[in-house]
Design a protein around this ligand. Structure first.
Ligand SMILES: Cc1ncc(COP(=O)(O)O)c(C=O)c1O
Length: 373
């Protein structure tokens, strides 16, 4: 049974994924309840091992959200008050929370016109002697140019914390995003390519000491029960979420292949139109979001809405224009490329279970709009 009316194209439909994992998940939920293993526990430990192997990472530390992952990564790298972190202005607000929760200062940089990822030339202009880290965001599922990031970071002795919230499974030079930096942070928010049934996240690292500190910090900084070594956090991964994630992880390779196939279908269908279709510049793209750009964005969105096609905006207010950022006194006119992404980007439906007919329906309505526009 479909959750949507005939001819309606939802922005996402997670029920299709649930149908593929339902039986196994229900059985393993029972195991969690039998053992009362709700916070971490054997399924969380197994998931950490399985995802580390799948990502080609030495260590994986499960936490309760992508936001917590970013915060913990900053703390575990000894970055805090007085330190500055370079990050893109075009991203979801949680990237900046990673810095702000640790009382470090976010320093916003403009982004690349083609990919929407951090513009290293702009970052060069904003570096100071307080800069301690750079947080590239692999926005929409395309890697940042990690050669450029690493070279820049090495030149200035910066820690690299990858915000891989949207890019799980995307490779740069053959290696998965998240494995390049001191830490890589993943979100398992339900709508992500690997989504939990609620909140969950992950920090990966290749450094044993950092992994050890992350494990301690997420559990109230306790190595020994009821003894906290420093300020800790209750950021543990739920056992039930780990079950869902374990079952979905087994399907990830096929789901990524399917997302790529749908992305290719969009590319073929939308070629030659007076809109900007997203380009694969840095080797790979797992299409967490398929974002086209046009100055007629609002009109196109309204038009598609009247044709029962749901779309999304990611993200309409860039970080330098967020009310919470006023305190940092950014020059709001120095982010022209981020402003354009915010004003012109429109995310099209792309999800597991989307049919070719649905892609064709979206394409033909966009063709119709541009022909009359
Ligand atoms: C780029 C980016 N960073 C961080 C996050 C935060 O992840 P979470 O929602 O799991 O806290 C998200 C997802 O919402 C995101 O898209």
């Amino acid at each position: 049974m479909s959750t949507t009316e005939a001819n309606e194209v939802p922005f996402n439909d997670l029920l299709v994924q649930w149908r593929q994992i339902e039986q196994g998940v229900k059985k393993d939920f029972d195991d969690v309840f039998q053992k009362s293993a709700f916070c971490l526990g054997p399924h969380a430990a197994a998931f950490e091992q399985e995802i580390a192997e799948w990502m080609g990472s030495r260590h994986a530390v499960g936490v309760n959200s992508g936001t917590s992952a970013l915060h913990l990564a900053v703390v575990a790298n000894d970055i805090g008050p007085g330190d500055e972190i370079l990050l893109p202005a075009h991203t979801f607000i949680a990237t900046a929370w990673g810095a702000i929760y640790a009382n470090a200062t976010p320093v916003l940089c403009d982004v690349d016109a083609e990919t929407g990822t951090i513009d290293i030339d702009d970052a060069r202009k904003r570096i100071t002697d307080r800069t301690k880290a750079i947080m590239p965001v692999h926005i929409y599922g395309q890697p940042t140019n990690l050669n450029a990031v690493k070279q820049f970071a090495d030149e200035h002795g910066l820690v690299v914390i990858e915000d891989a919230a949207q890019s799980i499974g995307a490779r740069f030079d053959g290696r998965m995003t998240g494995t390049f930096g001191e830490c890589g942070c993943v979100s398992f928010y339900p709508g992500k390519n690997l989504g939990a049934a609620g909140e969950a996240g992950l920090v990966i690292t290749q450094d044993e000491k950092i992994a050890d500190r992350l494990r301690c910090l997420r559990n109230h900084a306790q190595r020994e029960r009821y003894i906290s070594e420093e300020t800790g956090y209750n950021y543990r991964l739920d056992g039930l979420q780990a079950v869902v994630l374990r079952h979905k992880l087994r399907l990830m390779d096929s789901w990524i292949a399917e997302r790529k196939r749908l992305g290719q279908l969009y590319h073929e269908g939308l070629s030659g139109l007076p809109i900007e279709v997203p380009q694969i510049v840095n080797g790979d793209h797992v299409w967490h979001l398929f974002v086209i750009r046009t100055p007629m964005r609002d009109e196109l969105q309204a038009y598609l809405n009247t044709r029962s096609i749901q779309t999304g905006l990611h993200y309409p207010v860039p970080l330098h224009r967020q009310p919470c950022m006023k305190t940092y006194n950014f020059d709001v006119d120095s982010y022209p490329v981020s402003d354009r992404w915010a004003n012109e980007g429109l995310s099209l439906p792309l999800f597991i279970g989307m049919t070719d007919a649905q892609v064709n329906q979206v394409v033909s309505e966009i063709r119709e709009f541009t022909a009359n526009g």
